[in-house]
Design a protein around this ligand. Sequence first.
Ligand code: 6A9
Length: 710
Amino acid sequence: MWLRQAEGEARLRHTCEQSDGLARYGWLRHDGLHFGTQEIRDGGLRLRTEFVKRPGGRHGGDWSWRVAARAERTAGTPDTFLSMFFYVATDGQGTLQPLVVEKNHLVSLTGTTEELGNFTITFQQPTREDGATPLYASYNYLQAKAEGLHRLSDVVKASLSPRFVYAPPGGPKRRYFGVDTYQGPPEGREPHSQLLVHQVTVALPCLLEVVFESGSVPERAGRLAGEVLTQELARHTAAFEQRFERTFGLAQKGFSVQEQDFAKAAFSNMLGGMGYFYGHSLVQSPHSELPQLYPEGPLFTAVPSRSFFPRGFLWDEGFHQLLLGRWDPALSQEVLAHWLDLMNVEGWIPREQILGDEARSKVPAEFVVQHSSAGNPPTFFLVLQQLLSQGAVDVPYLRRLYPRLRSWYNWYNQTQAGPVPYTFRWRGRDQDPQMFLNPKTLTSGLDDYPRASHPSPDERHLDLRCWMALASNVMTKVARHLGEPGGEYQHMAEVLVDNQLLEQHHWAEVLGTFADFGNHTQAVALEWERPRPPPPGQPPPTPRLLRVVRKPPKLQFVGGALGYVSLFPLLLQLLQPDSPRLGSLLADMRNEKKLWTPFGLRSLSRSSPFYLKYNTEHDPPYWRGSIWINVNYLAVQALHHYSRQEGPFRQEAAALYQELRANLIHNIFRQYKESGYLWEQYNDSTGKGQGCYPFTGWSALVVLMMAEEY
Ligand code: 6A9
């Protein structure tokens, strides 16, 4: 945690929060195992945090952190006076023994926990940036009990007092906020966590190091601090640069150093943003009245956004591993195994993973419960396909995965079956359709993308059918790889890839495109209800925005919805290279009145009646026009594929490939330079990043576009 004392008010920084409005932060380099370098810009303050981990012993080895802080010269009033808080906290079990000198200076501590065994943590003296010249500092110390790791900011904030004085020899005396006393959590809340806080208040620029030494490391060449730490950081950084170039080849492709740095930051923030979570899911199943707590379990996963969605999301994770699997296939295999271990007895995996109090503290209550009839695109099949083609999956691993893969596949195949054989339907669309312009389909991952206006069991969803074709195809390959009978998968794959049947179920001749099918009318609008006059003496009721239906729905292809869903047969490469439908989708893609923008493909045609429409008074458009990078990655990948297949559209696909790839890379890079971040989506008129940030989930797939790795 840190606090800029010159501000005169105590604005404590701790976890990644969008509301802090930082100009920039994120991992610039991270190799996932041994080291990372992070840069944080907070007003005029620039923090650089780096760590090195040195394996050894039986508990993960040693690690050291270095934090360098300086004031930016360009800023109006330079910030020269800073507090940094280094804390150590237990999480339910374990003990900590502080060594405190001069009443409030925590020099080191020893501790024991189940996972870490015995360890020592030492806080080195602050120095100037040279790492040698000692620096004057004021120290504060807090020892407290907290409810849990998710409440540590509250504890520190509640204990701050402005009564302390920073008085460097020969310098002016200044008051500052320091940790003082803490009364303890409110009555009735069990403290789970023992907390020790070491606060150092210094003038800038400065450098601080923290050294963790594991009790089971038998002997060490030298303490991982000072010059030794500098050398190890340099060695790991050099190895990172080489490996990055070997893996992605961006220098060789002629990208500038600035562009390469951007790609390294995008990649590193996805890798460095990975988390290890532990806890229960809260699940509502159709068989029980109340949501049930699932058994506790671990999840090692990347996250879409460190600030806003710091937890696992199922279909996001498949996209994440497409990138991380290029760097470290073993890591991706571990992540996939973790996810598949979260499967219930029915073969279902919850879409959003909110495990443990810390994760739960970031989620509004209405989103916590997961529904066991709800799916999400099975993107892990994309990852398996990729790992198989890299030759990176070992057979014993795949053999252990296989029973779970079978159950997972069957879950989709059975529970999400459509009304006609070989069609599919997302369950869990919004209830209460009259409340929405178009009832949402959160399970599809495309949330408010328009579907049949009147949800019904007659629906067939094009995207899900295409996902199932992919899943069947990959299951066939996996079975073959293991020498298992995979006839059922092969049969499904053949049927689902059959272009004639696909057209029969989903080609809408009247609309000239592929589409969903269902009970649908385009003649809907949101209107304020005209409330009846209230009975005498009663206040008038609050008017509601309700959907009016001007023309009754009928069973038909879903019109007015050209966009990402329509492209799925192309995106997942199901179309034959000589299919005339391929030509027609390419034309829709390239059409600026429909999907084409200078920044990437927009999610919904500009000519759709749903384009940029609110779904309720308070629900702004999400997948109704803006540019999403995961789907654009699939598009670039598919265009690359079709540019290499003999056929009448080969040239066109090749040209679109070049153009779309260049547009996406240029815009995401430009937005990064201008705003400091990668974003959740991009505006289809201006290219500007929007939604949450930093979002180095699937938006970081720009690295694979740069590398042309598909
Ligand atoms: C809201 C409010 C701090 C929505 O990236 C994760 C998902 C995608 O899988 C999905 O396709 N996002 C996309 O449409 C974000 C979903 C967040 C839901 C929870 C909680 C956060 O408050």
